[in-house]
Design a protein around this ligand. Structure first.
Ligand code: AMP
Length: 282
């Protein structure tokens, strides 16, 4: 396995792979890897000849006062885990190379970013779209794998690829959960013991909504109420940022709950913000 930090080295390697007729799959991450990330690696490996994983805690997607400085990091362990999993390249860009002092170009995906996390974190997706565009240009993958855990992000990247004509196939992989249902996240280690015990209630509340759906409930307000009531009973320290039922394509709220809608939620346990979602299928 090779570890690159310079974009020129990463670029050169990808060029050589393509010249040799190989396809490249790519898994962008912010590191502190867990089984959710590794499931993306497996998908990537199934879909291409060689796999690149990037680790970059992207300052542009954190607003002032968010957890950029507190975001968990462990590069040594991440590199070891990638090696064990047969990743071909770990790319760890330097902040100074990604955003030199003269930096002034940003990518904005309109519309899709107006909802859900885009509402509470208005500059977040601009940072995400910008770094993903840069990484796509440097890594030049044929396939890129994103998690449904960040459903809105995955949808925004699909749109970005289509709008900017990146010839990259976007694969969206299912959410990997802890045994108690909590969606795996690098941020989970920042929960206090007490909050870690409460946090799986988010998923259990989503399962209550799934049951409502199976019973044929169509009123959006009924779903929102059930979620809030379940959480206030079972996770009293959680502060709900949003619970929304949206259309996958537009990410905008639906009027009636039907099949193929996404229920997305965000909740904070003191300063740790967690997100989760389910897709309601038939
Ligand atoms: P992050 O390092 O949190 O930016 O995540 C990097 C990629 O891993 C994103 O595409 C996430 O959606 C994905 N990911 C994070 N957590 C999970 C999870 N629990 N299950 C599946 N994918 C995940």
């Amino acid at each position: 396995m090779i570890v690159f930090s310079k974009s020129s080295e990463m670029r050169e390697w990808s060029f050589e792979q393509h010249k040799a007729g190989k396809t490249i799959s790519f898994v962008p991450t912010m590191g502190y890897l867990h089984d959710g990330h590794l499931s993306l690696v497996s998908q990537a490996q199934k879909n291409a000849d060689v796999t690149v994983l990037s680790i970059f805690v992207n300052p542009a997607q954190f607003a002032p006062g968010e957890d950029y400085n507190k975001y968990p990091r462990d590069e040594k362990r991440d590199i070891r885990v990638c090696e064990e999993r047969g990743v071909d390249v770990v790319y760890i860009p330097e902040v100074n190379e990604m955003y030199p002092d003269s930096y002034s170009t940003y990518v904005e995906v309109e519309g899709l970013t107006d909802y859900l996390c885009g509402k509470s974190r208005p500059t977040h997706f601009r940072g995400v779209a910008t770094i993903v565009t840069k990484l796509f240009n440097i890594v030049n993958p044929d396939i890129a794998v994103f998690g449904q855990k960040d459903a809105q992000q995955a949808r925004i990247i699909e749109q970005l690829c289509s709008d900017l004509q990146f010839n990259i196939n976007i694969v969206v992989a299912p959410i990997v959960r802890e045994q108690d249902g909590l969606a795996m996240s690098s941020r989970n280690v920042r929960l206090t013991d007490e909050h870690r015990k409460e946090a799986p209630a988010i998923y259990r509340a989503l399962m209550e909504l799934k049951e409502q759906y199976n019973k044929g409930v169509t009123e959006v307000e009924d779903y929102k109420r059930t979620f809030s009531e379940y959480l206030s009973k079972n996770a009293p320290d959680a502060v709900i940022d949003y619970v929304e039922v949206v259309d996958w394509n537009s990410m905008s709220p639906v009027k009636v709950v039907e099949k193929n809608v996404l229920i997305a939620v965000a909740a904070k346990f003191s300063n740790v913000r967690l997100i989760d979602n389910i897709i309601l299928e038939q």
